[in-house]
Design a binder for this molecule. Sequence first.
Ligand SMILES: [Zn+2]
Length: 217
Amino acid sequence: MSKGKILVMVGAPGAGKGTQAKRLEKEFGIPQISTGDILRAMAKEDSPLGRQLHEIQSAGKLVSDEILFEVVRKRTAEPDCVGGYILDGYPRTLAQAEQLDRIAEEQGRKLLVLSIEVSDELLLQRLTGRRICCNCGAIFNVYLSPPVADGVCDFCGGSLVQRDDDKVEVIERRIQEYYENTAPLISRYSEAGLLYRIDGSKDPAAVFEELSKYVTA
Ligand SMILES: [Zn+2]
């Protein structure tokens, strides 16, 4: 098994990317590197970069591509990444993708871009159908896994509510933004022959099985 790859996972909100990344991390022992988490942690460090990050974040500004490049490069050079790693939230732009190529070249690793694809209709059902029990936190989906009685939790009888973030206007905007931001990256990696499309409409276990084939190939 070639475990030294850099896995880049892409997928619209609701495609199941986060769940699958966690499972890959667990099954294959390759860490999931989230740039958001690293930046938040580094901003607390008492180092030149830590202080710089703290300043940028306090001002509500975006971290530059150059800083992000250094952060990813430094984090992925750590011992736990020797067997490969999963990138989450990076790259987001073509400039960042070019920087990632440099990191891959320096580290002598291959890139594998896994795109989990789900129809817009199913994404909308998965996200806008979600209802949460305000008493016990159980999650239902009015389209895909409805409660026995409308608006009532099967487990505790509590009432089911929809989060504001799950409202159709919000979800449609997030999906739209995802396509706009990701389309150039998808074309780039597709042209480079590095992109693998996975049918994310299947159940999570089947999606994981397909992903695993690419990871272990
Ligand atoms: Zn409940």
